[in-house]
Design a protein around this ligand. Structure first.
Ligand code: PLP
Length: 433
């Protein structure tokens, strides 16, 4: 449920007209609804009130400082996957004691940064990483808390690119190897302390069954580990709950909670969740302007000012995003590819989409763009990245300025004063040397 609704003057984000924001801030623009973010957080939080738990919002879904601040004000922790995300979380006022650090490729620098910040725990994804954290903690004369991210080898039944809990995926450590790694850490890695166990099986899950299947495997592992003398205080279930983009019917947080609570009953753990998409996805839209329309004789195209560099999901995963005019006028329906200005045939927001016949200059709203939208944006084709706006009630604020042309070349160096000039060679004529 979200707070983007059609009113007399077209689509509104809470109490603010989308057309007004587009006029004042320009397009393309991401618009987030704070009330929606809060609502999603509260729905999750209240579903788990009966058991000890901690929500660690997954920063990579939407890492804008204003979004992070909204969640940290609610008491949320954070799931980070890089030093950059740790930096953002800290800047947004996060409680570092509620930060968990996941990811298969943590560098020495990132590990050191996180140890110094005293985060809640590292979710370790390989035996080598475990040793690296121990080595760095030893150098810093401290003890680092960790969980092992186990790969339970269950099929989350989602898109191949966002499935993470299968043996063929790069994530985590197998259940069998986890047992020996915990044992090795207990006996030989004196600058580590096990505090929990972690498992994240994928994203955009629309069924609870794969979560429960993963929990069953993790449960028996916890019992085994405790018998061997490893302390398991936290059970981190990861994120992954899906949202409705088109016609999916993912379980509500309450239904998900019922089954998770049942599957973990009697385990005596604090549950940790790392939801990203379900928090931010439907709390944001991308607003874009129609530049041209054209027809190739075979196909209709609506060319808009947002491309795959602004919203990559359709190009990368073939994802569906609902797209609607900001001011619908009940015109005849056409079937069109809605495409961006980027020089790639893979640059589209929608293919063969039914939409009313729109005109150049008109605004379109790309729905469900609050997660994995701006965070995946790039400058491809030297396009400045879009602005981001947060709406709260009848007010809005720009929470990230649109990039300028100078932003595009920040840090670049064309002088090459330290290098010999690259002289242009004379073009050799045929036959001559
Ligand atoms: C991406 C990710 C999440 C969030 O996934 P959602 O599907 O957005 O909920 C949580 N945990 C880890 C380790 C992740 O990589």
């Amino acid at each position: 449920m979200d707070f983007f609704n059609y009113k007399k003057n077209g689509l509104a984000a809470e109490g603010v007209g989308v057309a007004r924001i587009a006029k004042e801030v320009g397009t393309p623009v991401y618009i987030y609804s704070r009330k929606t973010l809060v609502r999603h957080y509260d729905a999750f939080e209240s579903a788990f009130t009966t058991v000890p738990h901690l929500i660690c919002y997954s920063v990579k879904a939407n890492s804008n400082l204003a979004v992070l601040k909204t969640f940290s004000d609610k008491g949320s922790g954070f799931d980070i996957v890089s030093g950059g995300e740790l930096f953002r979380a800290v800047k947004a006022g996060a409680d570092v004691k509620k930060i968990v650090f996941s990811g298969v490729g943590k560098t020495d620098e990132e590990i050191e940064y996180a140890i110094k910040k005293k985060i809640l725990m590292f979710n370790v994804e390989s035996p080598q990483e475990l040793r690296a954290i121990n080595r760095i903690a030893k150098r810093l004369k401290t003890v680092a808390p960790f969980s092992i991210r186990v790969n339970p080898d269950v099929d989350p039944k989602t898109h191949a690119y966002i499935s993470t809990g299968l043996k063929e995926n790069k994530f985590g450590i197998s259940v069998k190897d986890a047992v020996s790694e915990y044992a090795y850490a207990r006996e030989s890695l004196k600058n580590l302390k096990a505090v929990g166990i972690d498992c994240h099986i994928g994203s955009q899950l629309t069924q609870v069954a794969p979560f429960v299947a993963a929990l069953e495997k993790v449960k028996s592992l916890i019992i085994k580990l405790r018998k061997a003398g490893t302390e398991i205080k936290y059970l981190d279930i990861g994120g992954g709950l899906g949202i409705t983009y088109e016609a999916e019917t993912p379980p509500l947080p309450s239904a998900y909670a019922t089954e998770v609570i049942a599957a973990t009953r009697g385990l005596d753990v604090t549950l940790i969740f790392e939801p990203g998409r379900v928090m931010a996805g439907n709390a944001g839209i991308l607003v874009t302007k129609v530049i041209y329309t054209k027809n190739s004789g075979k196909k209709s195209f609506v060319v808009v000012d947002a491309g795959m560099n602004d919203l990559t999901r359709p190009s990368l995963y073939g994802s569906y995003h609902a797209i609607e005019p900001v001011r619908p006028r009940n015109r005849e329906e056409i079937k069109a590819d809605i495409v961006g200005p980027i020089c790639e045939s893979g640059d589209f927001l929608a293919k063969g989409r039914k939409i009313e016949r729109v005109e150049p200059g008109e605004l379109l709203a790309v729905k469900s763009a609050g997660a994995y939208g701006y965070t995946m944006a790039s400058n491809y084709n030297s396009r400045p990245r879009a602005a981001e706006v947060m709406v709260a009630g009848n007010k809005y604020e720009v929470v990230r300025k649109r990039e300028t042309l100078s932003d595009l070349i920040r840090g670049e160096n064309a002088k090459l004063s330290g290098l010999a000039p690259a002289k242009s060679k004379k073009v050799l004529k045929k036959g001559k040397k």
